[in-house]
Design a protein around this ligand. Structure first.
Ligand SMILES: NC(=O)c1ccc[n+]([C@@H]2O[C@H](COP(=O)([O-])OP(=O)(O)OC[C@H]3O[C@@H](n4cnc5c(N)ncnc54)[C@H](OP(=O)(O)O)[C@@H]3O)[C@@H](O)[C@H]2O)c1
Length: 281
């Protein structure tokens, strides 16, 4: 598999397992983690599996860090074939990023909007590239609040988290309709409910919840399955704008494919990340 694959959130959980499997298939894998220490640990853990993944640290809650990452990738790699927007976090208490934007929205969604846009010119070089957005069934019961994307007025954790995952779906829809699927496909997926470190960044309470959660049976291998399928399978070569669970396309409810919401989110995201509205390539 002569491909260059970038995956965010590759230091832990579902992303680590995905990076490991894709690396074993022979791809050049670039894994992103939030700090050099998490990247170093993941690099060594990956070596213990016999995999050489190139880890780069980038704090996805810092837009300058994302811009530096994109420049670094463009300098080092002639083309990018697969971009997996996987990093995610749950904060039990409201936090903000370096620009004052609520941090779950920033890390789970806005960072990936910006990174994807900055890397589109590298993705379009190859014959047919793929973008995979890791969403969640948590999008189901929520609606976007475009007047309060930063959750100033209310912070109900799973509601805010769900909105970041709904945003991934609306982004998938908008971009898939703007880009020729012969050049780049964009799909979203839900990995299943998998015990990982997703809630661990919340002090002692986060560690306790994580410990209890890890007693559940599902493995990160289960979580990685559909991402790996979307990254490599010939079955989905020209499929774009879909949402997958267990390697199968699943119909989304109207609120997750709403064209007006998708366009509004695109415009607001461009403003929040100082990007032009137009794709420009
Ligand atoms: N687990 C589930 O049941 C489940 C269900 C549905 C969807 N998902 C989605 O699956 C994806 C992977 O999550 P996971 O469950 O595998 O959780 P995880 O084990 O906690 O992995 C999360 C990854 O995101 C990275 N990350 C967090 N904050 C970051 C930041 N500011 N900058 C850069 N990277 C950051 C972490 O990097 P560091 O460790 O280096 O900080 C880590 O590699 C997420 O998008 C999550 O929403 C998970």
């Amino acid at each position: 598999m002569a491909k260059t694959v970038l995956i965010t959130g590759a230091t832990s959980g579902i992303g680590f397992e995905t990076a490991r499997q894709i690396s074993e298939m022979g791809a050049d894998v670039i894994g992103i983690g939030s700090s050099s220490s998490s990247c170093d640990k993941a690099f060594n853990r990956m070596l213990s599996y016999g995999c050489n993944v190139d880890f780069i640290s980038c704090d996805l809650s810092d837009q300058q860090s994302i811009r530096d990452l994109a420049e670094n990738i463009k300098k080092r790699f002639r083309e990018l074939n697969v971009l997996i927007n996987n990093a995610g976090v749950i904060y039990l208490k409201r936090k903000t990023d370096s620009l004052g934007i609520e941090k779950m929205f920033s890390v789970n969604y806005l960072s990936h909007y910006l990174l994807t846009r900055l890397l589109l010119e590298s993705l379009v070089v190859g014959p047919s590239s793929r973008i995979i957005n890791v969403s969640s069934v948590a999008h189901k019961g929520v609606r976007m609040d475009f007047d309060d994307l930063s959750s100033h007025h209310s912070y109900r954790v799973m509601n805010v988290y769900g909105k970041t995952k709904l945003a991934q779906l609306l982004f998938t829809k908008y971009l898939s309709e703007k880009i020729d699927s012969e050049k780049i496909t964009i799909n979203a997926m839900h990995p299943g409910i998998i015990p990982t470190n997703l809630i661990s960044k919340n002090g002692i309470l986060g560690s306790a919840i994580t410990l209890a959660w890890k007693c559940l049976g599902k493995s990160t291998k289960d979580g990685a399955k559909t991402i790996v399928y979307l990254a490599v399978s010939e079955d989905v070569k020209n499929i774009s704008g879909k949402y997958f669970i267990d390697c199968q396309p699943v119909e989304l409810a109207p609120h997750a494919t709403d064209a007006i919401a998708a366009r509004t989110l695109w415009t607001k995201s461009a403003e929040m990340s100082s990007m032009p509205y137009e794709l420009g390539f």
